[in-house]
Design a protein around this ligand. Structure first.
Ligand SMILES: [Zn+2]
Ligand SMILES: [Zn+2]
Length: 371
């Protein structure tokens, strides 16, 4: 018999109660997906994060001027988020909601982000993905990740199978099985997306580093500079070897003959633009230099090397490399995780933040600080 607690609001609330928004933000690349999420979140129209937890991405993306709302089914998390938001002066929105039945009308939003959520349904992710498809407007982008069967998880699963065989042999009656989540390989997640009607533009593995983090029991044991884990994850993160990483990620489009252009938001991008670009681009915007970042074969750069456990760097004086004004680094987001200095006003401009997210991401990993 399988006990399914994966949709139990109380259990999730208890988990979130052990953590804080600030502690989650300060881990930075804990889920190694920042380059994909920031590159492909639409700069125009509304984006939602379905299953936003403590809201790290909602707050981060709102710093980039993105109109974003967080949805979560835990009432207590939503209360905490609204409180954190008003204390720290953010203008993003949060509300309690069910991701199988969202409070948005058909074809109304431009971005749907969901990170490590859809694998928690015992019947599979189909219903949640159908709902994502419904609310996205034509040309809208779905950014979905789930855990992957990484090489670590793979060995864990084999161990478990072996244990079960032994138990059967000695006729041991084990405890009831608990369902928490599935692990989907990138190919499987991509297939679910296509079955829901999406055009999958990116479907790949990511985050080799987190596998070593898990192996070191969530410490920096195998992540320290010079260790095998450090060298391996730096070398292979942006190569096909990332298919054995900890996450599967898909970037998908709600395709239609006429779509909202990713770069200006207007309903004027044709399907033919998807031959050259990862996202829908209208004729006007294809002349814009930012469009080159979205050419289908353009690779995102992910910094040079991971910076492990750096000192906190809040409120230090910098000069913005886009407008030359002096500013203080952010109290929570420090230098926003970029290798180029940017003030909070410039960060809100799409032409600035797109360049930063594709060319200047500084990968950071920091141990989860005590809350
Ligand atoms: Zn356009
Ligand atoms: Zn500036």
């Amino acid at each position: 018999m399988v006990i399914n607690t994966s949709q139990d609001e109380k259990i999730w609330t208890q988990e979130w109660d052990k953590l804080s928004t600030e502690s989650e933000i300060r881990i930075w690349d804990f889920f190694g997906l920042r380059q994909w999420i920031t590159k492909f979140t639409p700069r125009y129209g509304k984006t939602i994060e379905a299953g936003c937890g403590l809201g790290r991405y909602v707050f981060y993306l709102s710093k980039m001027g993105i109109d974003i709302e967080g949805v979560d089914f835990s009432e207590s998390v939503i209360e905490r988020l609204n409180q954190w938001k008003s204390v720290n002066g953010y203008d993003c929105k949060f509300h309690k909601g069910n991701i199988l039945n969202l409070d948005y009308s058909d074809n109304s939003i431009s971005g749907y982000i969901s990170l490590g959520v859809v694998e928690h349904f015992i019947d599979g992710p189909q219903e949640a993905l159908a709902e994502a498809y419904r609310v996205l407007r034509p040309g809208g982008v779905a950014i979905i990740s789930t855990p992957n069967i990484s090489f670590y998880i793979f060995t864990q699963k084999i161990r478990e199978k072996f244990k079960n065989i032994i138990k059967k042999i000695i006729r041991h009656k084990g405890p009831k099985e608990l369902f928490h989540q599935y692990w989907y390989r990138p190919k499987k997640l991509s297939r679910f997306m296509r079955e829901a009607g999406f055009d999958v533009r990116v479907g790949r593995g990511a985050d080799i580093q987190f596998v070593f983090c898990e192996m070191g029991n969530y410490t920096d044991k195998y992540l320290k500079k010079g260790t095998f884990g450090y060298r391996f994850s730096n070398k292979f993160e942006n190569t096909p070897i990332a298919s054995i990483g900890a996450q599967s990620i898909t970037i998908s489009i709600k395709r239609a003959p006429l779509m909202h252009c990713f770069l200006c938001g207007e309903l004027n991008a044709g399907e033919s633009s998807l031959e050259n670009y990862s996202i829908p681009v209208c004729d006007n915007c294809s002349n814009n230099k930012v469009s080159a970042f979205y050419l289908k074969h353009k690779k995102t750069k992910y910094g040079k090397e991971y910076i492990i456990n750096p000192e906190l760097n809040a409120n230090s004086k910098r000069v913005c490399e886009f407008c030359n004004s002096e500013y203080l680094t952010d109290r929570i987001f420090e230098d926003f995780g970029f290798s180029k200095n940017v003030c909070s006003d410039c960060l809100k401009k799409p032409e600035v933040n797109i360049e930063l997210c594709i060319e200047h991401i500084k990968p950071i990993w920091r141990e989860r600080p005590p809350i």
